[in-house]
Design a protein around this ligand. Structure first.
Ligand code: C5P
Length: 235
């Protein structure tokens, strides 16, 4: 377990890469994110080994299906003992409520894993909403409405851009978590992220947790870079 609110995205293809990366952190307890790439490629073993080493884990599988299927999937995943998990808000409130029920049934600790919703993927823009998905409301209103649905369904927060964090906290309360990717240090490359924010800006914009991938995983010195990100975010 860790109190860290900097979540490192472990986007590696193989177990060897994942654990060679983690070995550089010595005994430091981290908050890590395993997403589809690592989970589908490396299986449950990667999750089990990370938890065995005492790290906290956000399992980023973005589940989306009919309510009963999501409930049963969440029940299975909660048994792993992860700390945070997510679903797509576009699956609707009944699906999100079912996710919470599944997590309650499968939990291995006193508290169920935190459950957060993906609102509109950051790869979608207004043009895609209008012309492909036939959603004609402004994108930021869709994000806010879907975040409201997530809160009403009993979820703990959303994945969003740091730029959306303040408005979500203003409308839905400071306790509703905003977990925000798209983070870069001021001297970094942006890679494929379009809108990026520094850890210090994310703090000012009220992000509850930041998700940081390549800035740390591709750094010359990942431990020193992690400490720099942490110090900037904690202020
Ligand atoms: O390397 P980078 O810091 O860009 O990685 C960000 C992580 O956050 C990746 O694992 C990516 O899949 C995830 N993510 C994102 N944007 C979203 C949702 C998740 O970058 N809207």
């Amino acid at each position: 377990m860790t109190d860290s609110r900097v979540i490192i995205a472990l986007d590696f293809q193989t177990k060897e890469e994942t654990f060679a990366f983690l070995d550089q952190f010595g005994d430091e307890k981290l908050y890590l994110k395993v997403g589809m790439e690592a989970y589908y490629g490396q299986g449950q073993e990667v999750v089990e080994e990370i938890l065995r080493r005492g790290h906290s884990l956000f399992l980023d599988l973005k589940c989306h299906d009919i309510p009963n299927t999501v409930k049963q999937a969440m029940r299975q995943l909660a048994k792993l003992g992860v700390d945070m998990i997510n679903v797509h808000a576009s699956g609707g409130k009944a699906m999100m409520k079912a996710a919470i029920e599944g997590l309650e049934e499968g939990k291995t600790k006193d508290k169920r894993p935190l459950c957060i919703a993906v609102t509109c993927l950051t790869s979608l823009d207004q043009d895609v909403l209008d012309h492909e998905l036939m959603i004609h409301e402004p994108l930021n209103e869709v994000v806010l409405k879907w975040a409201t649905n997530a809160k009403e369904a009993g979820l703990d927060g959303v994945v969003c851009s740091p730029l959306e964090s303040s408005i979500i906290h203003e409308k839905l309360g400071q306790d509703f978590l905003t977990v925000t990717p798209g983070i870069r240090l001021a001297d970094d490359s942006k890679d494929d992220q379009k809108r990026v924010t520094t850890p210090a800006m994310a703090r000012e914009l009220t992000s509850s947790y930041i998700v940081v991938g390549r800035t740390i995983t591709k750094a010359q010195d990942p431990l020193a870079t992690y400490r720099r990100v942490l110090a900037e975010f904690q202020g």
